[in-house]
Design a protein around this ligand. Sequence first.
Ligand SMILES: Cc1ncc(COP(=O)(O)O)c(C=O)c1O
Length: 468
Amino acid sequence: MSQSKDNFLNDVFLTLQEYILKSEKNDFVVKVSSAESLKQRLPGLRPQGASSEEIVDELKTILENSVQTIHPMFLNQLFGGFDEAAWAGEIASTLLNPTMATFEIAPILTVIEKRLVSELLKMMGFERGEGIMVTGGSNSNLVAMLCARTEYSPSIRQTGFGHNRFRVYVSAEAHYSFDKAANITGIGTQNLIQVPSNEKGEMIAEELERIIKADLNEGYTPIMVGATLGTTVMGAFDPLVKIAKICETYKIWLHADAAWGGGALFSHSHKHLLKGLELADSVTFDAHKTLGTPLITSFFLTKHAGILKDTNRGGGAEYLFHEYDNSEWDTGTYSLQCGRRADALKLWLLWRAHGTEGLIKRTEHLLELAQYATKEISSNARFKLIHSHYLNVCFQVHARHDQENINSFTLRIRKELVQEGRALVNYAQRADGTIFFRLVFPNHQTQKSHISELLKIILETANRLDIV
Ligand SMILES: Cc1ncc(COP(=O)(O)O)c(C=O)c1O
């Protein structure tokens, strides 16, 4: 590298700043390229290092050839947007580069994480619980299953399963991470039972109880129900109060996957969707989904203080965990990871910058966007609204002369949208074969005008494809 560190950093920051400022005005969210052409655009790894100018140029190429997830028309996944305070937290965390395993190496960041955990525990009605930041909602669901296993069989960490007759229940609409967790925990994917959901995507509590009873009769041991609060596709909330009653009757750990729907904690108008949250044994919450922090800002929270250590402690780490003042603050003894990023700081700075009221305002804005989109879609005969709840709006597009099946037409439009790259919205398929746009609103940069523009683009694309 030829430049001084100062000049290099200056150029890097200017490049990043330009990217941020341009992102809103860019007329594309994605420029689709083949893997082969991207390969051509990147020089290889060489024996000699590149100059700082080359590195900065390469950084620009990488930014230009990436999906602009901070763009207001990025509505493809359950995250998006940009917040300067959160970003400041993110870059400071990577600069400080601590591991959250011990207080000694991450003193103030440990205090910050614990403060966030206790604030969220309070909001969820878990007075004396505990929690930890994890590598994602998927990981949080895994930790929940491990805790349920510990609760049922405290020595299982050492003894393993023997012959496994455990059963875990989720709805048919639950996130696929439960399937992975069933694999990793040794419970087995065939023992993860999908309870039927109703047409709104909510678990049918009566079906849950019927299946549990049948399983007990056959000698299975139900250990956990994973209720989803805000399903990935339909935004459905499982009936938590009813499910909690069933869990209480049969002594089953109740985990609430509120990775997406936990955003309603920060809403006056939709908080009721989380009714009964305090009845759960544990909760998954992803602040990166609705609050606008960069990936990853995930929490696993439980009302059972002590269970994380019982579940996750590992032997032979005296090289790391010493007795010292404040060593009771070490989080590494109850985390699944050893090295752990300081993910708390971005949420801390975001929360400090906006205050709880600001975060509530942000969430209400997202909810208003979803309602606006629902109204616009419902009032246009070219669209067919499939379902709308929370921050999820599912719809299809009719071909003009009904000459084409609505599923394949919707899919063709989505493919064309990706090629054009002006907006990014994902699609999903229901078990009955229905294919639809799944429009989601995690991105606080999005305004009503963007939704109108998006629907206009979709209709223009539909008209173009209609005559082909
Ligand atoms: C309901 C639900 N749970 C869990 C997850 C997994 O979260 P993460 O992507 O943070 O692992 C998702 C992701 O979209 C989700 O929608």
